[in-house]
Structures are given as structure tokens and as C-alpha cells.
Design a protein around this ligand. Sequence first.
Ligand code: ADP
Ligand code: MG
Length: 440
Amino acid sequence: MKFSEFNLKKEIIDTLKEIGFEKPSTIQEEAIPVILEGKDVVAQAQTGTGKTAAFALPLISVIKPTQKALIITPTRELAIQISEEIYRFGKKLKIHTATVYGGSSYNRQIKQIKNSQFIVATPGRLLDLLKSKKIEIKPEYVVLDEADEMLDMGFLDDIKEIFKFIPHKRQTLLFSATMPNLIKELSKQILKNPEFIEVARGQMTNKNIKEYFYVIDENERKDALVRLIDYKNPQKAIIFCRTKKNVDEVSEFLKGMGFNAKALHGDMAQRKREEVIKAFKNDKVEFLVATDVVARGIDVNNVTHVFNYHLPLDVDSYVHRIGRTGRAGKRGIAISLVTPHEFRVLNKIKKVAKLTLKEIPTSEDIKDIEIKKIIRALKEIEADAKSIKIIEELQNKYDLFTIATKFASFLFKEKSKKIGKSIKEVQKLIKRDQKFKKAI
Ligand code: ADP
Ligand code: MG
């Protein structure tokens, strides 16, 4: 199927070509025609499958200059992201968007709301504006995006209240990665005869993501993490921790080991959070250490690995976390560190996801990888004049083998200084691994 087969405006089809969207994803294929018909829709599809475009493209196509579409989404980060996406899709149609979230100027947002067809808002600030009568909106289209996230974040009552301010005559769309009962109930209250679209029943997680878990002891988390990073050599990874304190600890620890890591959690100022996400998006940061809440739904391209430093407390969070990788048809790897205390939740997760047990790589494994990395790097590097001169001079003193060995040792010394783990301890770890493997 092609985008040109939908009844979308030509400008949109052209834009999609330009930005490299070759064909619609399954949820887009199923939802776009129904939305274009004007029907209410409840759509469920796993994360990273293009739900934003599934509602944005048809709405951009049908919206009239005098009409308004309201999109409600759980976090500021998501609101910004969706706004940018709509702007990108609607560029040729001169679509304007207002992004509405807490912690930023009221006046500017109110002005933007007046002048824009699309309003992308977080529930808190939106309700605040509506209740204080600072704005009055009569949207013809309303989208609840990432509805399950909003439920998790405690926005259910806010959302119900928001709908008291919105005229009944409208088209309403609800998008969600999972469909808890409370969301189903909500959809009955606010949607009219919705069409239900569900993609990927059964296996809930994305098949482009390989999921592994490693059994460890509580005090081994940090070492296991570093060893796995060394072994897997991720280009861009998110490391999820349970608490803000863990996030700070782990990011400091990784920085101490020489990794390019940054923390992201809710106690940080909004500006700082945006800065960190931007740096991560632009490949300036390799490891984002985050709590669930702030990293929810963020769409960063090319995240190669997701690490669960701790398992999340429930299955849906797991699905959302690992959905940060393997996006838009790319491959991803999800790695969870699990202690015996977490086996209960692990077993729950195993019901929806195909997790494979693996062993923590030993120092030897890491060395093998290291050598492969070096061979690859050596192949690519060209000898420069200065280095040739240094080697020529050294040759007066040592033979070539000695020179090469000394250089290699010099290189490794820096690294092993940082890891500083004895082989004995590694062996202990492996033994424990095997013991647990039998236990589960
Ligand atoms: P979801 O909301 O389902 O988690 P998003 O809407 O955030 O997923 O989309 C994930 C990524 O996939 C985004 O970077 C988006 O631009 C990209 N994407 C969406 N649809 C397509 C498509 N048809 N072709 C290529 N990339 C797409
Ligand atoms: Mg989304």
C-alpha cells in the first residue's frame, strides 16, 4: 500500500515523499481511511509504529482554515514532539500549531492558540486555561494521544473535566499503546460509536526488538551494566532506573567511567530537561539515564539499546520503555537486569514479551569484542606523517613488535583502569547466573 492511495491532499503526499516516508505502517493503513470518513476511532498499536502520523495526516488533510483540532498528550516533551511532527507534515499547507504546557508563558500560548488550527496540549495546563476562562475553544477534532500514559500519570479526572468544556459536536480519536479497562470506559464516555482498530494482537512488543535479560545480585547492577555496555557497544542507549536517585547515581557512575552519559528526571528544571533530550537527539549524548516518566513517549531516532537497570513495576511500563528502540522499522535491543526479587514481575512481562536469558559477558568475551573493534578501527585509520615520524624515531630504540605492543598497552591501560574488575569476581557472577537459570 502507498500513501498516494489514501484520499489525502496532494501537498501531504508530496511532503511524505520528501521526508522519506515510503509506505504507511499498519496502524496508518487501518486508521487513516476511517478518520478521513469522519468516524470516531479507538486505536491501539505498539509504540514506535507511527501513531502520530496515523491521526495527524488525515486531520491535516481535512481541517479547514477556520477549524481547530485539539490534541491532548501526557508530557511536555511529547507535546513539543507532536507539534513539530504536525508542522513538518503540514508545511506545504501552512499549518500552524500551538504547543500548550505548564511552566511556560500563558500569554504567548493564548495568542498561539487563537492563531493556530492545531493545539497540542498537556492535560494540566489545558484544564487550567479552560477553568480560568483564559481560553475558550470549540475544536471540531479532538485526539487523546498516549491515553494509557495519561491514565498512569493520574490525568484521568483532568481529562474528563476537560471534555466538559468541549462541544459535543466533534470527531474524537483515542490512541494508545495498551488498552487498560479504565481507558475502554473513558472511550465509551467521550467517543461516539467508535471504530476499534487494534494492531498486533498477541505479541505486544515490537518484533524488531530483541529482548534479553540477565540475572544478577543487587550489588552487581553497576558492574553488570558496564560490562554489558562494553560488550554490546551501543551507539545510543537509554538506561531506565526506578528512582530519581538511581538516575543520578548511575549517570554519575557512568560519567566517572568515561562514558558520555546524562541524567533525565522530573526534578530537573524544564529547560534543562529539554536541553538533555535535544543533546541526545543530536547525538551529543550517547547514554540517557532516565526515569520512566520523563522518557515516556519521547521519539529519538536510532536508539540502538534500551537498558532496564531495574525492571519496571508493571508490564505496560516495560512495553513503553523498550518501545524507545526499534522505531520506524529499525532494529533495537532491550536488556534487563533482573534480581531474584524481581522474578515475579519478570514472569508477568514474559507473558507478553519474548525474553531470552543471557549470561553476563566475561572479561574474555569483552576482550574478544575489543580486539574486533580495534581491527575494524585500524582498517579505517590512515597513517599520518607525524605518526610515521614518531615510529621511525622509536625504531632506533625498539623493534617494531615492541613498539606496537607498547602502544596497545598504553591504549588498554586507560580502559582497564576504569573497569578494574578482577576475573575472580566475574567468575563468581557467572556461577550465580547458572544457579538462577536453573531456578527459573
Ligand atoms: P508511536 O506514537 O506509535 O509510538 P510515533 O508516531 O512517535 O510512534 O512514530 C515513531 C517514528 O516513526 C517517528 O520518528 C516517525 O516520524 C516515524 N514514522 C512514522 N510513520 C512512518 C512511516 N510511514 N515511514 C517511516 N517512518 C515513519
Ligand atoms: Mg505516540
